[in-house]
Write a protein that binds this ligand. Sequence first.
Ligand code: NAI
Length: 483
Amino acid sequence: MKIAIARGDGIGPEIMEAVLKIFAANKVPLEYEFVDMGKWVFDKGFSNGMTPEAKITIENLGILFKGPMETPKGKGVKSVNVTARKTWNTYANKRVFQTLHGVDTVFSKGGIPIDITIVRENIEDTYGGIEHMLTHDVALSRRFITRPGSLQVIKYAFEMAKKKNAKRITCGHKANIMKITDGLFLECFYEVAEEYPELKADDVIIDDLCMKLVTRPDTFDVIVLTNLQGDIVSDLCAGLIGGLGFAPSANIGDHICIFEAVHGTAPDIAGKNIANPTALLLSGITMLRHLGYMQNAAVIENALLFTLESGVHTGDFGDKKIPSVNTSQFTETIISNFGKAPVQGAKPVLPNMPATPTSFKLEKNPVIVTEEMEQEKIVGVDLFIESVEQPEMVAHMCQRHAGEKFKLINISNRGTQVWPTGSIYTNLVNQYNARFESLDGSPLHQQDVISLYVSLSGDFKICSLELLNTWGDKRAYSLAQGQ
Ligand code: NAI
């Protein structure tokens, strides 16, 4: 089987070389096609960080094994890592965090075992990166949480939890505040849970989850989260088991899968031959199992675990009384330990399975719609307008435009109601949301909304608008704080 490899930036080439050396020594039956992705490809003028040839190769082969890649900070180009995950719909990001003997942490010293699998939604949420400055003072990020996107990742999480005989699957969320977006994710979680009665499914609010992960990490098994919350909680979990140097990551899709370490390019230690290749090696081991190379995976993993258990370490971890080794020496030690197994946590050496076919061609972009729409009605509109006037004056000006179809319901500023009632102590910025609803409750048409928009634009700059819809009896929008 042939897979695509991108060496990455910073420490990427060094740790990739280490892993491929270990694979070669273990006679892993894989061929590689190296592709051009990363910071240096941006620098050559390819705005998405990969060459057209790299894209074609990855789409043909279906598996990408990649080193970390640098995202230039601030304005301009988007992260090639995020672009790759989103473009190829690798919707589930699986990250396994296990106690590694030889990697001391407060938990390992306290005899508290950790074995947590995070499944992070990988393509939606604020990672859409859909951001606008609405006024010179007000920035907006759009956060998409969709039913098909949530169901895809949650189904993967339950199926994976069942296969690994998990004792518990937990949904982390903030649905108490983000009732519509996180509320939808949570609703999908319990919908899927009904199909897996054998699994104990529960949910924990994200802040409480962070506290419980630090105080009782041993009580968690599989945790499924939205993208941003999953990203943050993953790094918290990496901290529980000794740091980012030990955290592997698999980006799973139906057609293309990407395997990589959780950590970044570590520019501070790049080119020094001192980086820890463990996370990338663990990601490679996950990839081998995904492809059916069970025996190679187990032999390499046991050699790695034996190496860690025997106290051999790179400079970023381990017993400071034992001198550290460099990346090359660490790699050679793992190779010399093939056939050995750790005292604790040894993996069973199972025979290889026939390699699973990877990518297959699609004729057109799949459109996923999960359910028939209930009767949808437009009942109003939120118009986001720029103004430095006081709420009373904004309301007075808005009411002049309400006409025969609309009434002004309320005005809010950053989500807090400031009219018809509010507090003098609420700070204001130069953008209000004027909420208009149908005057007599009858359904509205888009044309009515456009007429209101045109009229209101005589007095205000309108930065953005959102329709207020109902589906059957259900309100498909949130109330302002204090409404
Ligand atoms: P980082 O993970 O590169 O580094 C954080 C700290 O951990 C540094 O002190 C670094 O030396 C250390 N570290 C990381 N990996 C290590 C390893 N294998 N061995 C020893 N020490 C290690 O995070 P940072 O500095 O925030 O990001 C640097 C660049 O990496 C940024 O451009 C960022 O966008 C990119 N990045 C790429 C990722 C990917 O390709 N999937 C993921 C995260 C960041």
